[in-house]
Design a protein around this ligand. Sequence first.
Ligand code: GAP
Length: 436
Amino acid sequence: MVDMETLASLCKRRGIIFQSSEIYGGINGFWDYGPVGTELRRRIKETWWRNMVQWRENVVGLDTTIIAHPRTWEASGHLQSFSDPMVDCKQCKRRFRADELAEGAQVCPECGGALTALRQFNLMFQTHVGAAVDAASIAYLRPETCQSIFTQFRNVLGTSRMKVPFGIAQIGKAFRNEITPRNFIFRSREFEQMEMEFFCHPDDSRQWHEYWVSERLAWFRSVGIRATSLRIRFHAADELAHYAKACSDIEFEMPFGWSEMEGIADRSTYDLTQHSTHSGTPLEYFDQETNSRFVPAVVETSVGVDRTLLAILVDAYREEEVRGETRVLLALHPTIAPVQVAVLPLSQKLGDVALPLAQDLRREFATEFDVAGSIGRRYRRQDEIGTPFCVTYDFQSNEDHAVTVRHRDSMQQDRMAIGQVQQYLREHLTTALVQS
Ligand code: GAP
């Protein structure tokens, strides 16, 4: 399996992920996406949205603000309990999460210095809204996207024509002042979540929980992650979050061990009840069929975009020996590949005649046109960013109006008429899309 250092170096070399503010020495726990990474990220979000919203009758979308009324976080329980236990080293001033040190540790694992007593550290980032900087103007950057789905439940219910059971989905940034951000983009301080809150009758939540676990596992498979890299872990009663009645994680085997990718939780009626009590606005559902009123239970699916992207990269990374050289490739599923097809004229002289083909393909597929450098180097670059197809325009193409299509994984090359390329790619790429 690829190690994080090798992967991070590939990501930097190929414009997938950069350290944030690198020219100022970086800022711990923050990462930027380069041109290739931005496309990959966008595609992951698109497939999630298609699968979770567009293709379902019973899920609608929402897009809410990063800063919400501060009382939101009182009601959700984050102000009181969204914290990690922290200790500092009195000597080297390093900061640790107490639950990551050996039990009862009193001495710094880095320098042997004495540790402070344990303190609870709230992970929410604070800011102030308005001109006054005082206690009354404190606000928080959201640590999860779902709370506004609960606070907007009534508005969505009243405007969308949805009936329970139904879901509300959202993709957006979340912020946590993690004490020890680590493992590249796995745990960062600014990240993006894709969450869906499914509102159902409390008697049915167990069944919906099972349903969503299997749907979400199928989605990870549909973006190309191998079944052997995934597993489901049920939470024991003593590790459940304060809001959850049951929780199952979808875990992925990272180079540093099996790790949580997504949490699927039965949150019961906790959230709507809390917001109802704190705001004084009833958050209930009136079922016309049974002529009864109830507070819906919530089954949540919550996954990080960045963690998913990391899992996809780890799973797709391959090294192969080809004629005495190591070929590195990302065997990305065509649905999420940042570049779907690269048009590569064999020589710079063929650039002008090959360009119209790239322009035609660009309308339908994510296309790169690259004329500079040896063809071997250009193939290497496309392999390393996971481009499924390269189309090579050579000197003979001018005569026979045919090009060579090279497959990333097998390196097999098929010669075909230029007029057939679009249909050929459509069959290979669009079929993959429909299945994902
Ligand atoms: N609304 C429920 C919730 O936020 P969570 O388990 O705290 O639950 C859900 O987070 C998902 O968000 C995680 O499974 C992970 O994919 C992602 N995530 C959480 N903290 C993260 C961090 N610091 N960096 C990157 N992704 C994170």
